[in-house]
Design a protein around this ligand. Sequence first.
Ligand SMILES: [Mg+2]
Length: 396
Amino acid sequence: MNTETLTTSLEASGVNAPRMRITGVRVHTLTGELKKRFGWSLNWTRTRTGKLVEVSTDAGLTGWGDGACDAEWLAANAHLVIGRSPFEVEAIYDELRRPAEPQQRPGPPSAPGLDVALWDLVGQALGQPVSALLGRRYRTSVRPYLTALYRKDWPDLAGGLAEEARSWVAAGFQAMKMKIGFSPDTDVEVVAAVREAIGPRIGLGVDSNCAYDAGTAARLGARLEPFDLMWWEEPVLADDLDGYRRLREAIRIPLAGGETAPVDWLIENYVQPRLVDILQPDLESVGLTGARLLNHLCWLNRIRLIPHNWSTALRTVATLHWMACCPPLTPALQPPEVMFEFDQTEHPFRDAILEERIAPDPASGLIPVPTGPGLGVTVIPDAVAEFRTKLVEISG
Ligand SMILES: [Mg+2]
């Protein structure tokens, strides 16, 4: 977009965008109770939590983001945000890194949720969807893979998972992920039961949430190979880089990981050394500014980018804009498919906070990328308030 086009677009939007200033930030912490608990290799839960960041401006526009935000630190450093233009989004992202020693590199970003809200504002001000701002758009809809199939209070775990998996196939999902990491024998039993239940043509991934050491994982991986898995997510601890390297040589299942790591550490330790086959960063910790970097760097290093996505539908929408701009890994007519995680476990407020319903198109199985300005969806403030358990307001 050249300067003349930008100016015309800004005038058409009715907003004097370059002079727009941030006047306030509200960080909403949300909590919801579950009807039934569910578990994975690390824990059981009866609640879902989330953090939404709302940014107001003197132009009357409000931006929203779902992601981490160190509200107390931000309140103590309000001058880094209040009074600035949302168009400084990348500068703000860098300046909000947690303080590091002068001789060290900058720390991880402290407010990725704020970063998403600023991209929303920039898109609104320009009258453009965020996907039009992040880079070249390769697609207008994206395939979700289903995340469900957690451990529940079933008397027969394998039987319960198999029955649940069949219900998701009946609902139209072509790819899904299940939890493992309970013990090698249990894992083989439950994966066998789910694979048999869904048949050979449905994509199946597994996630052990860092449950194993590399030696145990290598033996288990050999037993899981016959089940034709899309990937094995977090077989070992996220910082067990030697363990990942050993597994990548030892087993014939694509390795995946990276959901909890900050962006620079992820680039240095997972992307550049090509540690994994599939990188799974989350906007929770990388924001859209970091996500844009990862689109390019994963392509450059021939790593599939399949984002982790574990929060509200607002996070899903931001991930859709991100994935619209994710380059295909090869020039093949059917390159490795671009996908992202679509959580369908019980969640009291995931969909309630948005006016729009974010779901796959029944015919194609794909989710359309919103086309309206900014993120292209409308947050319902009353729904946010209903589930809010904490509010931090930051102003000049
Ligand atoms: Mg995971």
